[in-house]
Design a protein around this ligand. Structure first.
Ligand SMILES: [Zn+2]
Length: 95
């Protein structure tokens, strides 16, 4: 069944399963996390991302961390957040 056929059948937005025919949704989400945060995604991909994190707490956590890191980095004017900052945020979130 093609992606379109599947979508046509389902009128309700279904949670995206973690494994969709070979493509790993979590991998997809994490690969495109910066595009999402920078609003560089197509509306369709953005919706897909939102639908995924709504049902996947590891990816939602990762998204929250990156969002925080992005804010902090912007404030400190450096290009990329040091790994120490990332792990500090992670510790705060999961303490
Ligand atoms: Zn995920």
């Amino acid at each position: 069944m093609s992606e379109q056929e599947r979508r046509g059948e389902a009128s309700v937005v279904k949670p995206i399963p973690h494994d969709t025919g070979g493509e790993n949704e979590c991998e997809h989400a994490l690969t495109h996390i910066y595009e999402y945060l920078d609003s560089e995604m197509t509306p369709e991909d953005e919706q897909r991302m939102r639908a995924h994190v709504a049902h996947c707490s590891p990816c939602l956590a990762e998204l929250s961390i990156e969002e925080l890191v992005k804010k902090l980095v912007r404030r400190s004017c450096s290009e990329r957040a040091p790994e120490t900052l990332r792990s500090r945020i992670r510790q705060q979130l999961f303490a």
